[in-house]
Design a protein around this ligand. Structure first.
Ligand code: 8YV
Length: 323
C-alpha cells in the first residue's frame, strides 16, 4: 500500500523526522527551490501536514484538496485556522500536556530573574563592576506576593503549584470559573489591580489580541510585574514599552513577542525587562516528546481515523473517521 504523503512546510524536530521516515512519504517544502511549484505538482497527493509555526490558513488549505489532518508541533496553534480546516473536513491536532512542566519552569525562571534582577546582576559582575560597589538592591521580593494567572489551564495550574511553593498566593481570570481553590476574578482589570504579578498563559489568536493593554498595565501598577510565556500578541507591546519606560509597572519578564523573532527596539533598551527568545518548551527531552506526539497523531489518524489530541475546533470531526 502507498505510504501517506506528509507535507512539512518548515524544519521539524528530529523526532518528527525519525518517526515519519518509514511510514510516510515526506515532502520537505523548506528544502525546495520553488515551493509553489511543489505544491502545484504534489498538492493533490498530500494527505497530512506536519507543522511547526508556519501559517496554515484557508488559502493554504485550498492548495491541498486531499488533506485530512494538520498535526501541529506545539500546544498553541494560533498560526493555524482550525475553523477553516474543520469547514474543509480537515482535523487539526496539537501537543498538549507534554510541555506543561517545561513552560511552567520557564515562567518561574522568568519571574525570579525579573523580580530579583539576576540577569542584570550577572551582567554587572561580568562587566567588572563588583569591585567598585555591590550590585544595587532589587526593588521587589516574591515574599508574600500574589500572582494573577490569565488563563488557568494545564500550564497555568503547573505555574500555580510552583508559585505556591514560593509562598505566592494565586488568583486567576478565565472566561469561566473552575473547580479550584484559587480566587477567581470575572474581571481581568480587577485582578490586575489586586495582584503583584500578572502571568499570561492564555492562548494567542484574534480573540485575545491586546487583552493586556495600557488600562491593564495601569491597573497592575508601579510595583507590578508582568510575565508572559504564552503569545506576544496577547500584550499591546507598544503600551508595554510605554508602561515600563514610565514605571507605570515595575518590570516585565517575556518569553514571547508580538512580532517575534523581531523584538520591539524599545524593549531592548530597557533595563527593567528580562527577554528570552521563546524558549518556554525548548529542551531536548520536551521537544522530542512534542515531536513524538505529532507522529502519534499522524499514525493514529491513518490507522484508526481517530487522532490522539485533536484541538477543540476539530472535535466534531473526530470519530467520523477519514472519510
Ligand atoms: C514552541 C510553543 O516554541 O507549544 C507552544 O505553543 O509556543 C512552544 O512550545 C513552539 O511550538 C515551536 O514551534
Amino acid at each position: 500500500m502507498a505510504r501517506p504523503t506528509v507535507l512539512m512546510p518548515g524544519p521539524m524536530n528530529r523526532s518528527v523526522l525519525a518517526g515519519t521516515a518509514e511510514q510516510f512519504e515526506v515532502i520537505r517544502l523548506w528544502e525546495a527551490d520553488d515551493p509553489d511549484s511543489v505544491l502545484a505538482e504534489r498538492g493533490k497527493d498530500i494527505v497530512a501536514v506536519a507543522n511547526s509555526g508556519a501559517t496554515v490558513d484557508g488559502a493554504f488549505l485550498d492548495k491541498l484538496p486531499s488533506l485530512q489532518i494538520v498535526a501541529s508541533f506545539g500546544v498553541g496553534y494560533d498560526k493555524i485556522d482550525a475553523t477553516a480546516a474543520a469547514e474543509r473536513g480537515v482535523v487539526v491536532t496539537n501537543t498538549p500536556g507534554v510541555l506543561d512542566d517545561e513552560v511552567a519552569d520557564t515562567a518561574l525562571g522568568l519571574l525570579l530573574m525579573t523580580a530579583r534582577e539576576f540577569p542584570q546582576a550577572e551582567r554587572y559582575l561580568r562587566a567588572g563592576k563588583w569591585n567598585e560597589r555591590a550590585y544595587p538592591l532589587a526593588p521587589a521580593t516574591l515574599k508574600g506576593r500574589t500572582m494573577g494567572i490569565l488563563g488557568l489551564g494545564r500550564i497555568g495550574e503547573a505555574i500555580a503549584h510552583r508559585a505556591e511553593a514560593f509562598g505566592i498566593s494565586i488568583a486567576y481570570h478565565n472566561r469561566r470559573q473552575k473547580d479550584v481553590a484559587y480566587r477567581y476574578y470575572p474581571s481581568l482589570v480587577e485582578m490586575a489591580r489586586d495582584v503583584d504579578i500578572l502571568t499570561i498563559v492564555i492562548p494567542g489568536g484574534d480573540e485575545n489580541r491586546h487583552l493586556v493593554n495600557a488600562e491593564m498595565l495601569e491597573a497592575l501598577g508601579p510595583d507590578g510585574i508582568l510575565i508572559n510565556v504564552s503569545r506576544g500578541t496577547v500584550v499591546d507591546e507598544a503600551a508595554l514599552v510605554d508602561a515600563l519606560r514610565s514605571r507605570t509597572i515595575l518590570s516585565a519578564g517575556l518569553d514571547v513577542f508580538e512580532h517575534e523573532p523581531d523584538v520591539h527596539p524599545g524593549l531592548l533598551e530597557l533595563d527593567n525587562a528580562v527577554l528570552l527568545p521563546h524558549v518556554g518548551s525548548a529542551t531536548v527531552p520536551t521537544r522530542d516528546a512534542m515531536g513524538r506526539l505529532v507522529v502519534e497523531n499522524l499514525v493514529s489518524w491513518f490507522a484508526t481515523g481517530v487522532p490522539v489530541t485533536p484541538v477543540q475546533e476539530s472535535r466534531d470531526l473526530v470519530g467520523r473517521g477519514r472519510g
